[in-house]
Design a binder for this molecule. Structure first.
Ligand code: NAD
Ligand code: KPL
Length: 305
């Protein structure tokens, strides 16, 4: 019998993973916030995944954090700002040798969780898959992509990657996961805040070429200073390529702001500025971008952390 995957956070990515694992016959259980959510979930009868316009229903079993069953494998699919408190509630249930897979975008939340549960192995992930909720317990698989997984302190791939293959979740074990996460963070810092400040689609940044180039210059300095030269390579070209390739899309941060949702600023631009400060690196445009973004979020009545 294979090990059960506990999935913490039944939002977009959590549902995308839970339904594909369940569809492949891999044992999965959702961990929901409280009994109110659990009752609502049970009344709905399960999760729905919409793929290629077709909705499929999966009766994935669920529990709350207060359940007592030990957890051996935990997929953490909360937003970065919820991760630490969500994992803290489950820490007493983690079995010796438990493994956590952290799906959060940006940086900072993963290290915080790893410090919180030193007895567990924490595997960091970086995903280009895209999903969004179009109803309670219902998720649309919007963008097929790829997920890299890695463990900066232990290069050997876990055996359970086979479960991901069985579930047709495109993935690869990465021995440089931090470089991947830093690269994605740099891309997000160069694109997402500006799309909020200029209230435009990604393609709208083609009108702000100089601003983008200046930010890329500072991000390259930061990456090199933090020992991530590979993440800095041709950053500006990559940013321009992404702006062009995703010209018609709104960035994830722009979508959060439009929907009045809290952003993950502290784990993206906020993290970059904090690390620059720690290295006593003066990056005036990046700092100014952070101040402008915070001011904009506050003016919209949104949390700025
Ligand atoms: P989401 O808001 O759709 O889902 C998060 C879920 O976690 C919510 O259902 C929330 O209720 C739940 N949650 C929060 N605290 C909890 C707790 N204490 N106990 C139980 N559940 C709790 O978020 P998402 O879009 O799935 O994003 C998750 C992470 O993945 C983010 O860091 C995001 O940047 C990253 N990511 C998302 C996508 C995407 O397409 N959605 C793509 C790549 C990366
Ligand atoms: O990852 C992205 C996002 O919207 O979060 C893009 C726009 C592709 C890069 O910042």
């Amino acid at each position: 019998m294979s090990t059960t995957w506990h999935v913490l956070g039944a939002g977009s990515l959590g549902t995308l993973w839970a339904t594909r694992l369940a569809r492949a016959g891999v044992p999965v259980r959702l961990v929901l916030r409280d009994t109110t959510r659990l009752q609502a979930y049970e009344a709905s009868g399960g999760l729905t995944l919409v793929e290629h316009g077709e909705a499929q229903h999966y009766a994935v079993p669920a529990e709350t954090a207060d359940s007592t069953q030990p957890i051996n494998r935990l997929l953490v699919a909360c937003k970065a700002y919820d991760t630490e408190s969500a994992v803290a509630r489950l820490a007493p249930r983690l079995a010796p040798g438990a493994e956590l897979i952290l799906l959060q975008n940006g940086l900072g939340s993963q290290d915080a969780v790893a410090a919180q549960v030193p007895q567990a192995r924490c595997i960091y992930a970086s995903s280009t898959e895209g999903a969004f909720r179009d109803g309670d317990w219902r998720v649309v698989f919007a963008g097929h992509g790829f997920t890299w997984l890695g463990d900066a302190s232990h290069p050997v791939a876990p055996i359970w990657l086979d479960d991901l293959s069985t579930a047709s979740i495109p993935h690869e074990w990465s021995t440089d996961i931090l470089t991947r996460l830093w690269r994605k963070l740099a891309l997000n810092c160069a694109i997402n805040p500006l799309t909020v400040l200029h209230d435009c689609r990604n393609g709208g940044l083609q009108q702000h070429h100089c601003e983008v180039a200046t930010l890329c210059g500072e991000l390259v300095e930061l990456l090199e200073r933090c020992g991530q030269p590979a993440a800095a390579e041709n950053l500006q070209q990559e940013v321009e390529r992404v702006i062009h390739a995703t010209a018609a899309n709104y960035s994830s941060m722009h979508q959060d702001v439009t929907s009045k949702r809290r952003t993950e600023i502290s784990y993206l631009l906020g993290y970059a500025c904090k690390v620059a400060g720690r290295h006593q690196l003066n990056l005036p445009h990046l700092n100014q971008l952070e101040s402008r973004l915070i001011a904009r979020l506050q003016s919209l009545g949104l949390p700025s952390d």
